[in-house]
Design a protein. Structure first.
Length: 279
């Protein structure tokens, strides 16, 4: 639901000359769109048995659907309906689906020669995002570029700007490195921020592995020794939600990155999970 509202906010408040004066007014306008039935949202659980006619039915993130779910939607088509399936087979969050077995690829394959549909595939070069749209892929690099553009318009001296941009661009353990004490401190702050409240999507059936490991952390404490000799992260993990294996599949490399960053700061990084020393 939130992605739909985000896009509506962009559409309704896109006129720079006549922007809404406050968030409440914009929120009221979006509420009106739903109350008048101009846009309706439904979960897959409530679509079975229906016949939908004279409307546009948009299914986003279709790559996370099974073939049976996609068939269940297409067979709901009534007179005058247009069904639009959107998705990227390279961005699948479901562990039991892959690029070939997901619902979007399934329907694309079996309806390829049908006169009832059109298929459009966009290459990476044809997809245009706002410079403010940042996701998990290369988000550190994009963040650094964005920060540089913003800081160029300030009176910050060049040396300080380079330090800040470098720190923002280096927190990814797969591409970055702690190049100085500023970037090292930022890496530790970023990678040790593990907590349940980071998970926005509360429907657990929709969790990806990142959501699951964050949601499983019931308590997280980062402590620095008074003599600054040790930085210690203590975690309590609900193993009914996420096993230790799943947790460290995602976070072990990040914790090693923290240890490397701690060395730049002249200190030691230690990790304890459920009372057991890990690092």
């Amino acid at each position: 639901m939130r992605p739909v509202i985000d896009n509506l906010e962009q559409i309704l408040d896109s006129d720079e000359k006549e922007r809404y004066e406050d968030e409440a007014e914009l929120s009221d306008k979006i509420t009106e769109v739903f109350e008048r039935g101009i846009i309706q949202t439904e979960t897959l659980n409530f679509i079975r048995g229906r016949s939908i006619a004279k409307t546009y039915l948009i299914i986003d993130e279709a790559q996370n659907m099974t073939p049976n779910q996609v068939k269940g939607i297409i067979t709901r088509a009534g007179k005058g309906i247009k069904i639009i399936l959107l998705g990227d087979p390279n961005q699948i969050d479901k562990p039991f689906l892959d690029e070939r077995t997901n619902g979007l690829s399934y329907v694309a394959k079996y309806m390829m020669d049908s006169t009832l549909c059109w298929q459009i595939t966009l290459s990476a070069d044809e997809c245009e995002r706002s410079t403010h749209a940042i996701n998990r892929t290369h988000h550190a690099e994009y963040g650094a570029l964005l920060a540089n553009e913003l800081l160029k318009d300030t009176d910050m001296v060049l040396e300080d700007r380079i330090t800040v941009v470098s720190a923002i661009g280096n927190p990814d353990e797969s591409t970055g490195s702690p190049v100085d004490v500023i970037s090292a401190a930022l890496i530790i702050a970023d990678k040790t921020d593990v907590r349940r409240s980071r998970v926005r999507q509360k429907e657990r059936s929709a969790f990806d592995i990142h959501d699951r490991v964050n949601y499983a952390v019931t308590d997280s404490k980062l402590k620095i020794a008074e003599d600054k000799s040790v930085i210690a992260l203590n975690l309590q993990i609900d193993e009914n939600i996420c096993s230790m294996y799943d947790y460290f599949e995602i976070f072990l490399e990040r914790m090693m990155f923290c240890r490397k960053s701690a060395e730049i700061l002249g200190t030691t990084f230690k990790l304890t999970a459920n009372g057991r020393k890990v690092l």
